[in-house]
Design a protein around this ligand. Structure first.
Ligand code: PLP
Length: 230
């Protein structure tokens, strides 16, 4: 449903697409997918973005997703937030990828439930590339061992890596992610490097991101009190 009060989304998306196209041309990249990150955003605004060609949503919180899911127009949905093992059951069917896998325990629960519903769940391993205590994700040095263990599980398919780099020094951390990804890509058949948010997506494209996750740059500043408007 097109709604002129959401015209700021059209303009934001136009700018994002233009920036990505420019970065791809400049750095010799291609096929960068745009995810719309929907936390706190009203379903009507999300649907407007879908109407403008967005075909991938990113969800951070299970409860929020469940409260909005029925109102969304058709689109793929990936889980990108910290995921508690006991909540996997709510998202195993509707979601097509879980980007935030950072422990064997979580992977085993995804595996168990995916097998139970006859599905193969795509996953990314979340990497704490900055080694920040406040962030979830696997330490860079432990990623390969985790992938090795996950690759033994049924019902789960490793597609790549995801990260939220520390603020600042983006070249350093995005560059490290690219190295890590390149060192593991062929061995595990990876094709997704999910990095880049509103503040660093152009830099992320430079370092080989294949999927950028954009919230505020598309929908405006998050208003935790209610609807989301610029
Ligand atoms: C919120 C969030 C984003 C989007 O962040 P913006 O800076 O608003 O673009 C991307 N990835 C994850 C995991 C997030 O939680």
């Amino acid at each position: 449903m097109m709604n002129s009060s959401f015209s700021y989304i059209d303009e934001n998306l136009r700018i994002i697409r233009e920036n990505i196209a420019e970065a791809c041309a400049k750095y010799g990249r291609s096929n960068v997918r745009i995810m719309a990150v929907t936390k706190t955003v009203a379903p009507e605004a999300v649907n407007h973005a879908i109407g403008m060609g967005i075909d991938l949503l990113g969800e951070n919180r299970v409860q929020e997703y469940l409260s909005k899911a029925e109102q969304y127009d058709p689109a793929q949905v990936h889980f990108i937030g910290h995921l508690q093992t006991n909540k996997v059951k709510y998202i195993i069917k509707p979601m097509s990828m879980i980007q935030s896998v950072d422990s064997l325990r979580l992977a085993e629960e995804i595996s168990r439930l995916a097998v139970g519903c006859g599905k193969v769940m795509d996953i990314l391993c979340e990497v704490n590339i900055g080694g920040e205590e406040s962030k979830s994700g696997t330490a860079p040095g432990a990623v390969e061992e985790l992938l090795e263990q996950i690759s033994e599980l049924n019902g789960i398919r490793i597609r790549g890596l995801m990260t939220i780099p520390p603020p600042g020094n983006s070249d350093v951390f995005l560059g490290r992610m690219e190295e890590l990804y390149n060192s593991l890509r062929d061995k595990y058949g990876m094709d997704v490097l999910s990095m880049g948010m509103t503040g660093d997506y152009v830099q992320a494209v430079k370092y080989g991101s294949t999927l950028v996750r954009i919230g505020t740059g598309l929908f405006g500043a998050r208003n935790y009190g209610g609807t989301n408007r610029l």
